[in-house]
Design a protein around this ligand. Structure first.
Ligand code: ZN
Length: 251
């Protein structure tokens, strides 16, 4: 089965549409959370995400926007965007965000795999460094975990002796590109497909991944999208300028 892995779309409709247009054929869509927050198309992105499938875990922005958590832990710009998003969302979409499940979740059609937003240990933890990953990768109930939250594409892999970090090495800065990573037999993995709507690894292109569960290969993808249109919507919504400029920097 080929699984389209989407995470951290953050209301960026242009980036989501570019990913869907570029994605090779897939059988199932998995969404790792933070459907909303930061960018300016929350209702459109929720509607499109709901059309694509039913497998979701909730992100911290999804929780904050629908009132399941406070905004204390958010920086002022993120908090402002969350409040704006709450005011924009139609009641049905707010209700839907409230209903999203907390990770880790397992899916019958994907044996030996679990889905989380942040970490297998806690849904809001960030797994950025190898040190962050050691405990979660060893404690994870499943050998392969798909996660998001950091907006950084890549994997952590572990055997009994070491944990390694890997990030795909792309060759261009503005074209569509893919990098295939076969998952090795006997290793435990944490896999982050990257952020569709607000990448933070210095690459502005929208990120996602395809997981071939039979071949056990993850294909990381980056695609250019209509950045100007996404930025214009942010400015027209009177959201902070920084939310538009950071998209161009991939930070
Ligand atoms: Zn996020």
């Amino acid at each position: 089965m080929r699984v389209l892995l989407l995470s951290d779309i953050h209301s960026n409709l242009e980036a989501l549409e570019a990913c869907l247009a570029a994605a090779p054929a897939y059988d199932l869509v998995v969404n790792l959370g933070d459907v909303v927050g930061y960018c300016a198309s929350p209702n459109e992105v929720v509607a499109r995400s709901r059309e694509l499938g039913e497998i979701f875990v909730r992100g911290n922005h999804d929780k904050a926007v629908c009132g399941l958590m406070g905004l204390k832990e958010f920086n002022p710009v993120a908090a402002l965007a969350a409040e704006w998003t709450r005011a924009q969302l139609i009641p049905g979409n707010l209700e839907w965000l409230r209903s999203l499940p907390q990770g880790p979740i397992e899916v019958d059609r994907l044996p030996n795999v679990q889905l989380v937003h942040g970490s297998p240990v806690h849904e809001d933890d960030y797994l950025v460094t190898v040190r962050d990953a050691v405990e979660p990768i060893l404690l994870a109930r499943m050998p392969t975990t798909f996660f998001g939250h950091t907006h950084v594409q890549g994997t952590f892999a572990a055997n009994d002796e070491y944990v390694d970090a890997y990030r795909p090495a792309y060759e261009t800065v503005g074209q569509s590109e893919t990098v295939e990573v076969p998952l090795k037999e006997g290793l435990r993995y944490l896999v982050n497909p990257g952020s569709v709507g607000q990448p933070r690894d210095g690459d502005w292109r929208a990120g996602f991944a395809i997981f071939d569960s039979d071949a056990r290969v993850v294909t990381f993808c980056r695609v250019p999208y209509n950045l100007k249109s996404a930025q214009d919507r942010i400015l027209a919504a009177k959201l902070p300028l920084r939310l538009a400029t950071r998209l161009a920097a991939g930070r």
